[in-house]
Design a binder for this molecule. Structure first.
Ligand code: HSE
Length: 301
C-alpha cells in the first residue's frame, strides 16, 4: 500500500511574527511517497532534487516520522521516496514540507488518529535536525494550508487564520545558501522593551487585518523591528529590493523564514508579477543570480 503527498512551500515569520506566523503557497512543494512495510521504522529509499542524508535519523522527514511512529507504538514501518521541489536552504520551508508530508501520510495510513495540530507537533521534531531548534512556523502552514499562528509552544497550539481572497506572493530566491542555525545565532538574545511593544502591535494588527481583509492594515503591520535589521546584512541589495517592491505596490516585503529568499506580499497577481519583473531587473545588474516565483497564498484546508 502506497500514498503520495504533495506538501507546499511556506513563508515563515512574515515579518511581524518571528517563529509564530507563517503561510503556505500554491504550486511549489515536495512530493513524498510512503509505502507501508512490515519492518519497523523509516527507511528512505530515494531522494531526488537535492542531496540529503538517506539515513532516517539524520533526515528531517525521517526524524519527524520516527517520532510519530514511536509515539503511536505501531508494529510496522514505512519506506519513503522524496522528490524535492523546494530548493534546499532557500528559506521557503523545504525541510518542513518534507516532514509535514511524512507525518500527514502516516496519519492517513492509520486512519487519522492524530489532529492536524498534533501532526504539526511531530513535524516540528524534524526541524531540530535542520536548524537546531524546534519551531513550527513552516510546518504548521504546510499541514493546515493558508496562514497559521502559534499562540504558544508550551503547551503547543496552532490556530488557523483566514486568507483574504486576493493575496499573492512573489518569492525572490537569490542563489545563496543561508543555514538557519547560523541565521539564528546572529540574533540578539534580549530586545529593547520599545521594540517588543512595537512588534506586538504589528502582529496583532496583521492578524486583525487577515480577519477583516483590511489590506491597508495588513500592509502597515508587515514590519519587523526585531529580526530584519540583523539578518538583512546577509542579503545583497535587500534595502533596494524592498524599496522597489513597496514602490511597485507590494503590501510588504521581507525575509522569508531565515532567508536567503525574500517575499513580497501583494494584493492581486498583477502587482506580484510587476514586483517580480522589477526585482529581476535589479539583480540582473548585480553578481547575484536570482529566480522569482509568483504564487497565490493558499487557503486553509
Ligand atoms: N522562524 C524560523 C527562523 C524560520 O526565522 O529562524 C526558519 O526555519
Amino acid at each position: 500500500k502506497t500514498v503520495t503527498i504533495f506538501s507546499p512551500a511556506t513563508v515563515a515569520n512574515v515579518n511581524c511574527g518571528f517563529d509564530v506566523l507563517g503561510f503556505a503557497i500554491e504550486g511549489m512543494g515536495d512530493i513524498i511517497t510512503l509505502t507501508k512495510v512490515p519492518k519497523n521504522g523509516i527507511r528512505i529509499t530515494s531522494i531526488t532534487g537535492a542531496t540529503l542524508p538517506l539515513e532516517a535519523s539524520k533526515n528531517v522527514a525521517g526524524v519527524a516520522g520516527l517520532a510519530m511512529l514511536e509515539y503511536l507504538k505501531v508494529d510496522f514501518g514505512f519506506e519513503l521516496q522524496i522528490k524535492k521541489g523546494i530548493p534546499l536552504g532557500s528559506g521557503t520551508g523545504g525541510s518542513a514540507a518534507s516532514a509535514a508530508a511524512v507525518v500527514f501520510g502516516i496519519n492517513q495510513f492509520l486512519e487519522n488518529p492524530l489532529s492536524l495540530e498534533e501532526l504539526a507537533y511531530f513535524g516540528m521534531k524534524g526541524e531540530v535536525v535542520a536548524s537546531g531548534n524546534e519551531h513550527a512556523d513552516n510546518v504548521a502552514p504546510a499541514i493546515f494550508g493558508g496562514f497559521t499562528l502559534i499562540p504558544g509552544y508550551d503547551p503547543f497550539e496552532v490556530v488557523s487564520l483566514p486568507t483574504p481572497a486576493n493575496l499573492y506572493v512573489t518569492i525572490i530566491h537569490p542563489h545563496l545558501v543561508i543555514n538557519t542555525k547560523d541565521a539564528r545565532e546572529i540574533l540578539p538574545k534580549v530586545v529593547p522593551l520599545q521594540h517588543a511593544i512595537q512588534q506586538a502591535g504589528y502582529l496583532a494588527g496583521f492578524v486583525s487585518g487577515l480577519y477583516t481583509s483590511n489590506y491597508n492594515l495588513i500592509s502597515r503591520s508587515l514590519k519587523d523591528v526585531l529580526i530584519e535589521p540583523y539578518r538583512k546584512e546577509l542579503l545583497p541589495l535587500f534595502d533596494k529590493a524592498k524599496n522597489i517592491a513597496l514602490q511597485t505596490g507590494a503590501l510588504g516585503f521581507g525575509i522569508s523564514g531565515s532567508g536567503p529568499s525574500m517575499f513580497a506580499l501583494c494584493k492581486g497577481e498583477e502587482i506580484a508579477d510587476a514586483v517580480s519583473e522589477k526585482l529581476n531587473s535589479l539583480y540582473q545588474t548585480s553578481e547575484i543570480k536570482i529566480d522569482t516565483h509568483v504564487s497565490k497564498v493558499s487557503e486553509k484546508g
